[in-house]
Design a binder for this molecule. Structure first.
Ligand code: SAH
Ligand code: SF4
Length: 466
């Protein structure tokens, strides 16, 4: 067993890639990358896949074909960790069937010391492990793994020292692309593990971002989503150059593409940003703005640094500038100390804001966060009851907001064939609503008009060509 500490140099990674590619020549090895978690993890996996292709691997989506298997994990909630651990547990049989398979595990879960210990002790068939900050050094790590059959664990925290550019990317979608613009988080919301597993906030150089977007636009991508744990606290180096300035510069790039971004923090949602959104046609009129709780006491205990009044005033400014804007949010129920009144304040916020959609989570204790030690942890039955009341309220609102679209014509980007009905296509409106309609697969990737004939809570149905 090795805990590796060695020198990492970004400039050397291309030569490690060449070395692995040389080793793989004539072998045609296959690699499978399994991803859990958020869009940032999906974007990271696209980089891992890009590096793997450069190193001579063919990507596969079946673990049974794979010679190399990598699991990119999430740690935001216990459920995500348990899922990753349980699936990883099943790989034991793969290793028994095919002892030559190499299995690695990376991402947020294994950026926590106690999980490194778990993997070392309880998952002996995992060959290597590396934390989030070491992703750019994946070629060096893989080279070491190939050369040396000992198990290897790489967990050095380099998070604050660099941002790596020029990593090859395997884009999984032909029409939509992720562009990470900042990494890490400084906010330390008391429930959240992200600042501990992804390190301090650091922004990419604006010229590197603009070059990447220019390239994607030239390649014909129709939708570009800017990613960051706190995307709107982007700082572009030059005095005062902020996220709104970056959006303005991105919108000057030629091409028929829409810009989206996530995730924003309400404390950094400025009027300047909202004004830019309203002015620029390229920016999709949808804002994902996590509220987390409607109670000022809970927001304070969460260290969110805004209150419900500030949130409501942001929403009214957004709607004043963009009357039809789609607003979505994240809500946590059952934060320690949340009273029935606090929870009712959250329901009240759902009514006042009328979100188009919410992503709701039951509070999950995370090791090392301040909320883990808070008194008055909420019992599971109360959490469950609050979650179902929250969803009931939001379903009512979502249906009400979707019904407005009946009889209207909407523009959508066609994303693919429906998962539930092979004869239907599926796409999203600018505001992020899911639409099903009859149509030919040649429309995938195009922006088309659809007349909405029926609305349900989570779906609009329509006719092509409206
Ligand atoms: N940086 C983003 C996303 C963070 S994780 C943001 O600040 O919004 C995505 C969502 O997971 C959060 O918005 C929050 O609603 C939820 N979440 C984070 N930690 C959680 C925890 N310990 N328990 C339950 N939900 C959590
Ligand atoms: Fe976590 Fe808060 Fe940072 Fe979001 S802003 S990643 S919830 S600490």
């Amino acid at each position: 067993m090795k805990n590796i500490k060695e020198s990492y140099e970004l400039e050397k990674q291309p030569s490690f890639m060449q070395e692995v590619a040389k080793y793989n020549a004539n072998k045609d090895p296959k690699a499978f990358v399994l991803t859990f978690g958020c869009q940032q993890n999906e974007a990271d996996s696209e980089k891992i896949m890009g590096m793997l292709e450069t190193m001579g691997y063919t990507l596969t989506d079946s673990e049974n074909d794979a010679d190399l298997l990598i699991v990119n994990t999430c740690a935001v909630r216990e459920h995500a960790e348990l899922k990753a651990l349980s699936i990883t547990g099943q790989f034991k049989h793969l290793k028994e069937k095919k002892p030559s398979i190499v299995i690695g595990i990376c991402g947020c879960m294994v950026s926590q010391e106690h999980r490194v210990g778990d993997i070392k002790n309880r998952y002996p068939y995992i060959d290597f492990l590396f934390g989030t900050s070491l992703l750019p050094y994946f070629p060096q790590i893989l080279r070491n793994v190939i050369k040396n059959p000992q198990r290897q664990f790489y967990n050095e925290d380099l998070a604050e020292k660099f941002i790596a550019e020029d990593i090859p990317v395997h884009r999984c979608d032909k029409h939509k692309a992720w562009v990470s613009i900042m990494y890490g988080c400084n906010n330390f919301c008391t429930y959240c593990v992200v600042p501990y597993v992804r390190g301090r906030e650091r922004s990419r150089d604006k010229n590197a971002i603009l070059a990447e977007v220019r390239q994607l636009a030239a390649e014909g991508y129709r939708e570009i989503t800017l990613l960051g744990q706190n995307v709107n606290s982007y700082k572009g180096g030059e005095q005062g150059y902020d996220f709104a300035d970056l959006l303005c510069d991105i919108c000057k790039i030629e091409g028929d593409f829409a810009v989206r971004f996530m995730t924003s923090h309400p404390k950094d949602a400025t009027h300047k940003l909202i004004d830019v959104m309203a002015k620029e046609d390229k920016i999709a009129k949808q804002f994902h703005l996590p509220l987390q709780s409607g109670s000022n006491a809970v927001l304070q205990a969460m260290n969110r640094r805004y209150d419900r009044e500030k949130y409501l005033s942001l929403v009214s400014y957004m709607r004043e500038k963009m009357p039809d804007i789609g607003i979505t949010t994240d809500i946590i129920v059952g934060f320690p100390g949340e009273t029935e009144q606090d929870f009712e304040d959250t329901l009240d916020m759902l009514e006042r804001v009328e979100f188009d959609n919410i992503y709701s989570f039951v509070y999950s204790k995370r090791r090392g966060t301040p909320a883990e030690k808070m008194e008055n942890q909420i019992p599971d039955e109360i959490k469950k009851d609050r979650m179902s009341r929250l969803l009931e309220k939001q379903n009512e609102i979502s249906l009400r907001r979707n019904r407005v679209y009946e009889g209207r014509c909407v523009d959508i980007l066609v994303e693919g064939v429906s998962k539930t009905n092979a004869n239907k296509l599926t796409g999203r409106t600018e505001k992020g609503r899911l639409v099903h309609f009859d149509g030919d697969a040649s429309l995938i990737g195009k922006r088309v008009k659809v007349k909405i004939t029926k609305a349900e809570t989570f779906m609009l149905y329509g006719e092509y060509g409206g």
